[in-house]
Structures are given as C-alpha cells and as structure tokens.
Design a protein around this ligand. Structure first.
Ligand code: C6P
Length: 413
C-alpha cells in the first residue's frame, strides 16, 4: 500500500475542540477514542441545542396549543426537514423518527412482513449483517412461513454479487442489506444492488447505520425503498434515529406500534390512522434526542462533510498500513471499498485481552463479535478487536494504537 498524505484543508485540531469528551484522560493517558462504530461523540453545538430544548422548550409535541408545545413541535419538525435535506428524501414525511436502526428494521420487517410476505416467499439478507438486520427477518419469516436466503461473502469480506443475482426470483419479497458492515467495514455497492432488485420488482431496505456518519448518502440517487440509521453513530444523542421510506411504501404499510399520536379517530369499534409520519410514531417520541439529531445534521453541514470523509478515509488507510506491518496481526475484512472500521486479531491473544490492555493506555476500541456472529463464523474467529474512526481522530492516535498493539504482542510473547 502507498504512503498516505494527510489532507491539507481539513483542520482536525479545530474540529476536536467541538467535542469536549475527547479532552480527557483515561487511566492517566489522553483518551484515544476509537469506538465510533459503537457510538460516536457529540459536539458542543449538539449538546447546546439539546440542552436549550430541555432548559427552555421542554414539553410534549403535536398535542398542545400552548406556547411551549408549539415551539417544541416546530423544533421537532424542523429536525425532520433537516434530515430530509441531508439524505435528499423527497418529503420530510418520508422520514420517520425511530429509536435507532434496530427499531427501523423491526418496523419494516413487522409491517411489510404482515402485509406482503406469505407462505413460500423469500427474504434476501447478506452474510455480513448485524443481528439487527437478521433477527427481525427471521421472526417475520417464521411467522409468515417464508424463507431467508443469504448473499455469501468472499474471503476479503465482500458480497458475492453473482450469487446475489442468482438468489433473486419471483418468490423474493424484499432485500435487506447493510450499506457498510460494522464488523468488516466493507462498503457494499448498494446502488447497483438496488437496481438489480428493482429489475425483479423487489424493494430494498438498506441498513445505513455505519454509512451515514462516514460519507454523504442520497436516498433518491440510490433509489432505496427504505433506509434506516441511528443518531448516536452520527454525532447525535442516543434514542434518535430515522427510517426513511418511499411514500408509496409507507402509505401501504400497517402501523408498527399503536397508541397516542398515530390516530385520526378512535371509537371502541374502530380506529383510523393518521397519515405518515404520525402513523409510525406512536406515543411520545424522543423529542430532545431528535432535535439533537437535527443539530448534528447542521453540524455536519457546517464542517465540509465531504472533506471530513476524505480525511477519515485516509486515516483508515494509514491505520491499515500500520497494523498490517505488525507481525502477528491479522486484519479481518480487506474489502477494496471500506469505511471507518479496522477489525483485527492477534495470534494467541483473545480480543478481550487486547481491549483491556489498550484501555490501560487510554485507547477505547471494541472487542467481541460486534453483534455479527455469522461474520465471526465465516472468518472462523470467536471475536475481533475493532478500531473504528471518525473525522476527529488523528494520525498520532493511530500511532498510539499501533504502539499499544505491539505492546500487547510483547506481553503475550
Ligand atoms: N452497531 C456496533 O458496535 P442501534 O443499536 O439500533 O443503534 O444499531 C444497530 C445496528 C444495526 N446495524 C448496524 C450495521 C450496526 O452497526 C448497528 C449497531 C454497534 O457495531 C452496536 S452493536
């Protein structure tokens, strides 16, 4: 691999000032936060906007005629419009607020499953899915008498696209696939995969949890039928998240949860439902968190997100080069197109031990199966250590990671 130069026009030190959590010591060492695929950090701008809601605007939405409620409703709906623009949806109403990707997938699997999946039908997922994009489909398949088909991986951790085409047929009712794998970092060619599915008249749900914080996503250009992501991986608070769906699908689907806020009329005999997005937002939502998500979108728009994405990609290449050069390290996931994630193992060392020793150096990574056990089974490892990057990380932090990995090897030699 060629040496990688740092991007000149992206000022990472300035960016880091926006993330107060980074300026702390852990175990007597400056924190090196490399667990961004689990949850990214939250900028001062997002903290301040969320705090403003809590300290000045807190009240329920869509229910009150009073001043605070109207204000909160406007802020919440403004956040929805920010999300719409960010992902280039046609209408804000196509952006349903959910608690995160898990809820987004469950919503579609439940609602689409009940309406459109029947005995003998097939659901296509891939061999690199997070459990959140496997289990809801298994449950739907069990309930409806359908069958799960799995797009296989190659040894680099890429999808075998010829097999995907072979799996599609007249029994296929939906394809549900990750844009980026959380365990491997592989970026899937989602646009082409969607076009292929559409040739068979099959809709596609994209799990965008690991894509949305790393590069611009345009749901219209992708022609995605459903696209879901979590706020806490894109610099917003936990409890925020979005399910985008094309209106023509969302209008047809039955509600996922029922209760307050999602109805038009209720009598003891019959209930009629509100139009989208309310139909899918039963109960009081995570108002503060979703206003925070809107502020996170503002933040990403303010920093030249494309330059940030290029800078972050260079970090990934730099880290890959550094760790590949350490004897005893095996990189798990060597796809040609990757984002943010560097999974690895060290010969004869359990990943949890790697995680613990790195933590002693102030370095936060994740060790485990990353809620992607089929990926671990495919690579025949019980777990991996995973460093995952955001645009506020630095080359110096990667040097520290590499030095700490060398230390692990010394300790276990
Ligand atoms: N992955 C990770 O450390 P939630 O928990 O609902 O926000 O996101 C679930 C989810 C779905 N799909 C993908 C590709 C994901 O990466 C995740 C969350 C975290 O990798 C926590 S397990």
């Amino acid at each position: 691999m060629k040496a990688v130069k740092q991007t000149g026009n992206f000022d990472v030190n300035k960016i880091r000032e926006d993330f107060p959590v980074l300026a702390q010591e852990v175990n007597g060492k400056p924190l090196v936060y490399l667990d961004n695929a689990a949850s990214s950090q939250v900028s001062t701008q997002v903290i301040e906007r969320t705090s403003k809601y809590l300290s000045e605007e807190h009240s329920n939405i869509h229910r009150g005629v009073h001043y605070l409620s109207q204000n909160a409703t406007s802020a919440y709906e403004a956040a929805r419009e920010k999300v719409r623009r960010f992902i280039n949806a046609r209408e804000a109403k196509e952006c349903i607020f959910v608690r995160g990707t898990t809820e987004g997938v469950n919503l579609v699997a439940y609602s689409y499953g009940r309406k459109f999946i029947n005995e003998g039908d097939e659901i296509i997922i891939s061999g690199m899915e997070h459990h959140a994009n496997i289990i809801p489909w298994q449950v739907a398949a069990e309930e409806r008498g359908a069958r799960i088909r799995v797009i296989p991986l190659n040894e680099r951790g890429e999808l075998v696209l010829e097999e995907y085409e072979n799996l599609l047929n007249e029994r296929t009712k939906i394809v549900a696939v990750a844009h980026v794998s959380n365990a491997l970092g592989t970026i899937n060619p989602i646009k082409e995969m969607i076009a292929t599915a559409h040739k068979f008249g099959v809709p596609v749900l994209v799990d965008g949890a690991q894509a949305i914080p790393h590069f611009p996503v345009d749901v219209a250009d992708l022609d995605a039928d459903f696209y879901t992501f979590s706020g806490h991986k894109m610099f917003a608070p936990t409890g925020s998240g979005v399910l985008y769906g094309k209106r023509e699908w969302l209008d047809k689907l039955p509600p996922y949860q029922t209760g307050g806020g999602m109805i038009r009329t209720v009598t003891f005999e019959k209930t009629t439902y509100a139009p989208i997005p309310e139909k899918f937002e039963a109960g009081t939502p995570a108002i503060a968190a979703n206003i925070g998500l809107g502020a996170a979108v503002d933040y990403l728009n303010s920093i030249d997100f494309e330059a940030a994405a290029r800078y972050e990609h260079e970090l990934l290449e730099y880290a890959t080069e550094k760790l590949s050069n350490i004897e005893g390290v095996r990189i798990i996931g060597t796809a040609r197109e990757k984002a943010s994630v560097l999974s690895f193992t060290i010969e004869d060392v359990h990943p949890h031990d790697i995680g613990t020793i790195l933590d002693q150096q102030g370095i936060a990574i994740r060790a485990g199966h990353h809620c992607a056990q089929p990926v671990m089974q495919f690579f025949d490892v019980p777990a991996t250590a995973r460093a995952s990057f955001a645009f506020y990380n630095t080359r110096e932090e990667i040097d520290k990671l590499a030095a700490a990995v060398e230390k692990v090897i010394e300790v276990f030699a």
